[in-house]
Ligand binder design. Structure first.
Ligand code: 5AD
Ligand code: SF4
Length: 478
């Protein structure tokens, strides 16, 4: 009999991608993904620990599972991801409804763990690994849009930012085999996907070396397109992130390429050069700044100061004047003064971000900050500072969106607009959402099409466009 699994993902894009790896592992065990917990024999919550609020949301959801279990005999509930790693056996002990706890590096053991769960026992595996990349597993795509997809290129993080729980929940950094990444992207092209986002906690430290058994082809490094052809001192080329980006751009010329997340301390000009050179790499960089104050950045252990960040910004603008930049900002980190906070507000205006994710600092157990610095900014001050940051960012993004008016952008259509079935939404290269009428000059447009649109208005957070042609297909009247 076909078994049914429902996977709910919380937190970052990496979790969405991991859920697809899990779906692939479970497919071999006879599980089909379904779209609601009610339909499922197995419910898996892929969880996030980044802030206390994220964990609280999941704990509530786990409680809801009690009711569902009472109604559905035989239903099993599992907790995956970062909370599984952080809370481990605690979850099994304190939340009776949970049958299974599996950390981010242990998904291959799901079949054995489920077997144990099947006999009425509880099962747990939260071992972290130095090698696991799930490299050869082709994920089962759970997002049914069929237009955009995530491909994980590396796992874990070695940065040790003082506020961040990720190194504890996802372990040491490791890069996935470059060939398997290119193959997965080619598989997406074969399945008619139009866009890929390459994912890693810190993509700029991607580094992969082929094993010695891979024969060396390299002779001449100049103008070589495949970095694996380039000779290295020991006869084995190391592929860095710029090389990988180039490999994917060349192998998949019809695929739009995005990536996330960069780190200001590691982002190289080589990456910017590759981005500028290939039209199919989107002109968009997510570059978390966290704070505009060098003092705070130092305590955060970010490895750069404000001047360094602004220099990276200038380099992006030099290489790609049309590149959009988004960021993450934390309000009220340990010891943050009003003067520090004002520097963050100033920086937002100075950079002119297209978009930002903004958070109140939330102390996380085990982190450097939790051990070393008191969480001394009062809650109401954090709240007020966050509100001011959001306001400053609203102004900045409004300006950016206004600057696109009258321009012609290529927009990849992703789906029907939530507000109106007469409109489709998509994204331009800069990652802004663009809403266009579903029918242009009598031609019905479809998700998956790349269209050229004139930007005719800008509202909060999105643009409106008038489609003038379908790229690579019959042109509409210009
Ligand atoms: N408190 C608040 N925000 C945090 N982030 C990471 N850890 C914390 C924390 N403890 C934010 C950072 C990071 C984003 C993914 O989440 O801005 O870039
Ligand atoms: Fe949340 Fe970070 Fe884990 Fe992603 S890696 S799920 S953001 S804690």
């Amino acid at each position: 009999m076909q078994k049914k699994v429902y996977i709910e993902s919380y937190g970052c894009q990496m979790n969405v991608s991991d859920s697809e790896v899990v779906a692939s592992i479970l497919a071999k065990e006879g599980y089909t993904p379904v779209k609601s917990a009610e339909e499922a024999d197995l419910v898996l919550l892929n969880t996030c620990s980044i802030r206390e609020k994220a964990e609280y949301t999941v704990l509530q959801r786990i409680n809801e599972m009690n009711n569902l279990k009472a109604r559905k005999k035989g239903l099993k509930v599992g907790v995956l991801g970062c909370m599984a790693e952080r809370m481990r056996e605690d979850l099994l002990e304190k939340k009776k409804v949970v049958d299974l706890v599996v950390g981010p590096d242990a998904y291959r053991t799901l079949p054995e763990l489920l077997e144990k769960v099947g006999t009425g026992q509880k099962a747990v595996n939260v071992l972290l690994s130095r090698e696991e990349t799930y490299g050869e597993i082709i994920p089962v795509r759970l997002d049914t849009s069929g237009v955009t997809a995530f491909v994980t290129i590396m796992r874990g993080c070695d940065n040790m930012c003082a506020f961040c729980v990720v190194p504890f929940t996802r372990g040491r950094e490791r890069s996935r085999d470059a060939h398997s990444i290119v193959e997965e992207c080619l598989d997406l092209v074969a399945k008619d996907y139009k866009e890929v986002t390459l994912l890693g906690q810190n993509v700029d430290s991607y580094k992969w070396r082929p094993t010695p058994s891979v024969p060396d082809a390299g002779a001449d490094s100049t103008g070589s397109v495949d970095p694996l052809d380039r000779p290295a001192n020991d006869g084995r080329a190391t592929v860095d992130f710029a090389d990988l980006l180039e490999m994917v751009a060349i192998a998949c010329p019809t695929l739009r390429i995005r990536y996330s997340t960069s780190h200001p301390k590691d982002m190289t000009d080589k990456v910017l050069q590759v981005m500028a050179h290939y039209d199919n790499i989107c002109k968009y960089i997510h570059l978390p700044v966290q704070s505009g104050s060098s003092e705070v950045l130092k305590r955060m252990n970010r490895g750069y100061d404000r001047a360094w960040y602004m220099e990276r910004m200038a380099s992006i603008r030099k290489h790609m004047p049309d590149c959009a930049i988004s960021t993450d900002i934390i309000a009220g980190f340990c010891g943050e003064t009003e003067a520090d906070h004002r520097q963050t507000l100033e920086l937002i205006g100075e950079v002119g971000y297209d978009m930002a994710f903004m958070f109140k600092y939330s102390e996380r157990p085990k982190t450097l900050a939790a051990r070393k610095y008191p969480d001394d900014v009062p809650e109401e001050v954090k709240g007020r500072r966050l509100a001011e940051i959001i306001e400053a960012q609203k102004v900045a993004s409004g300006k950016r969106l206004q600057s696109y008016l009258g321009q012609f952008h290529e927009v990849l259509l992703e789906g029907v607009s939530k507000r109106s079935t007469e409109h489709l939404y998509g994204r331009n290269s800069q990652n802004s959402v663009v809403i266009v009428p579903r029918v242009a000059d009598g031609v019905e447009l479809k998700p998956g099409q790349l269209v050229r649109a004139e930007i005719i208005s800008a509202t909060i957070g999105s643009l409106k466009g008038r489609v003038v042609s379908v790229v690579n297909e019959v042109a509409l009247t210009a």
